[in-house]
Design a protein around this ligand. Structure first.
Ligand code: 5GP
Ligand code: ZN
Length: 115
């Protein structure tokens, strides 16, 4: 997707603080962090949102979660824990329409999911 900001980050057309990369997944620091650790994990291929995944993406979705744990370890939040969040479409608060998961940590986030 030529006009997608996260595809541009994947293609290194715009800069990002990349903290993890493999064949299918990239992770980089959120430009506007809301927690001490705030990383975005994305598939390298363009998928607009979570409802657009197909059976073919099973392995990819698993790989994103495996990558999230690696990133959490690298960022020093695996031991205390963290939150992994997907905002899906308008009511979910999605702003960037390239599937991404927020890895949030570095402080206690409470026991309720944010609403
Ligand atoms: P959403 O609400 O779509 O789940 O969240 C999109 C996230 O992407 C926001 O937290 C926002 O700060 C982040 N973001 C938007 N544009 C950029 C960018 O160009 N670079 C980086 N690193 N993060 C971005
Ligand atoms: Zn994209």
């Amino acid at each position: 997707m030529s006009d997608c900001i996260f595809c541009k980050i994947v293609n290194k057309e715009i800069p990002a603080e990349i903290v993890y990369e493999d064949d299918q997944v990239m992770a980089f620091k959120d430009i506007n962090p809301v927690t001490p650790v705030h990383i975005l994990l994305i598939p390298k291929k363009h998928i607009s949102d979570l409802t657009a995944i197909t059976e073919e993406d099973k392995e990819l979705i698993g790989q994103i979660h495996i990558a999230a744990v690696k990133v959490a370890e690298k960022m020093g939040v695996a031991e205390d824990g963290f939150r992994l969040v997907n905002n899906c479409k308008e009511h979910g608060g999605q702003v960037v329409f390239h599937l991404h998961f927020h890895l949030l940590g570095g402080k206690h986030l409470g026991t309720k999911p944010p609403a």
